[in-house]
Design a protein around this ligand. Structure first.
Ligand code: PEP
Ligand code: MN
Length: 295
C-alpha cells in the first residue's frame, strides 16, 4: 500500500490497525489531562526541572526549593539510573531506595510533585507510592512487558523516545500503555543518534521536527528534553526555546546548583541563575504563539 500519510514511516493503515488508541480521531483531537493539578496538552506548558541524579538529600532539598521558586511545576531526577557503563564510584553511584526516600521527603516538605524513572518492574510498588509520574527511560522504550506493568499501576507515565527509534516504533510502544486503559501518557523527545555534526561529544541531535510530526498523528502531549539531546549546556537555552516554538507541550530540563560538579553528565545541566533567565525567555516565546508557561 502507498504511504499516503505525511509521517515518513507511518501509513494510514497503521493509524487504524497498529495504534488506533494513540491516533487522533480527527485533526483537532488532543488529550488534555491534569497531573497533580497541572494541565497537560492544553495551552499551558509545564516545566520539569531538577538534577540528573538524586545525589543526596541536601542536593534535592536545595533544588526543589529553588526550581519551585523560579516556576517549575515538577521536580525531575533519577534514583535509579540507566548509566551507560557498569563502573561506579562513591560520587557516581545510584542512590536507589534511599534516593526515593529523599524524593518523598522533598515532596512532602515542599508540597511539590515529582517525576522519576523506574527501570525494573520489581521497583514499581516502591516508586509508585512516591512518584506523580513514572518516567520510562529511552533504554526501556521497547521493553514491552515493562510498559504493560507500568501502565497497570494507573499512574501517569512519561515515555521517552529511544534515540534510535522511529516515530512509528515510539507510537507503537505508547499504544501498549493506552491498551491497558492508562490514558495519562506523555511522550518525550530527548534527542536521536545521528552522525556527529559539530562536537564529538554531542551524542544526540534534538529532533525538533518530530514534535509537529507526532502532533499530526497522535492526540498525546509531547514534551522536549533539550538537556539530554544537546548534552551541552550552552545549547540548552536555544533548543528549549526552539522546542516551545515547535509546539512542545512541556519541557524537561536538568538544573543543578553546581553543574560542573554534577555526579552525572556535568556538561549538560544549567544552574539556578540560568534557569531563571531561561524561564523568562520561555514565557515570551510561549506568549508569542498564544500559549503560556504553566503556573
Ligand atoms: C533521564 O532523563 O535522566 C534519562 C536517563 O534520560 P534518557 O532515558 O532519555 O537517557
Ligand atoms: Mn541523564
Amino acid at each position: 500500500m502507498d504511504n499516503k500519510f505525511p509521517g515518513k514511516d507511518i501509513t494510514i493503515e497503521d493509524l487504524k490497525s497498529k495504534f488506533p488508541l494513540v491516533s487522533k480521531k480527527n485533526s483537532k483531537h488532543k488529550s488534555v489531562f491534569e497531573i497533580a493539578g497541572v494541565e497537560f496538552g492544553g495551552s499551558q506548558i509545564p516545566i520539569f526541572a531538577g538534577p540528573n541524579m538524586i545525589e543526596s538529600k541536601e542536593l534535592i532539598f536545595d533544588v526543589v526549593e529553588n526550581v519551585k521558586k523560579i516556576g517549575a511545576n515538577f521536580l525531575r531526577g533519577g534514583a535509579f539510573k540507566p548509566l551507560t557503563f557498569p563502573y561506579r564510584s562513591k560520587k557516581y553511584n545510584e542512590t536507589r531506595e534511599e534516593g526515593i526516600k529523599w524524593l518523598l521527603n522533598a515532596k512532602e516538605e515542599f508540597n511539590f510533585p515529582i517525576i522519576t524513572e523506574v527501570m525494573e518492574e520489581k521497583y514499581l510498588p516502591l516508586v509508585s507510592k512516591v512518584t506523580d509520574i513514572i518516567q520510562i527511560g529511552s533504554r526501556n522504550m521497547q521493553n514491552f512487558p515493562f510498559l504493560t506493568a507500568c501502565a497497570k499501576t494507573n499512574l501517569p507515565i512519561m515515555l521517552k523516545r529511544h534515540y534510535g527509534a522511529s516515530l512509528r516504533d515510539w507510537l507503537g510502544a505508547a499504544e501498549y500503555i493506552l491498551y491497558e486503559g492508562n490514558n495519562k501518557l506523555i511522550l518525550c523527545e530527548r534527542g536521536v543518534s545521528v552522525p556527529h555534526t559539530h562536537r564529538s561529544t554531542s551524542r544526540f541531535l534534538l529532533d525538533l521536527q518530530v514534535i509537529p510530526a507526532a502532533q499530526e498523528v497522535t492526540h498525546l502531549p509531547i514534551i522536549s528534553d533539550p538537556s539530554h539531546a544537546t548534552f551541552w549546556r550552552p545549547w540548552v537555552n536555544s533548543m528549549t526555546l526552539a522546542s516551545i516554538a515547535a509546539g512542545a507541550d512541556g519541557i524537561m530540563l536538568e538544573v543543578h546548583p553546581d553543574p560542573d560538579n554534577s555526579a552525572v553528565d556535568p556538561l549538560q545541566p544549567i544552574d539556578y541563575v540560568e534557569f531563571k533567565k531561561l524561564y523568562k525567555s520561555m514565557e515570551k516565546v510561549a506568549e508569542s504563539i498564544g500559549k503560556s508557561i504553566a503556573k
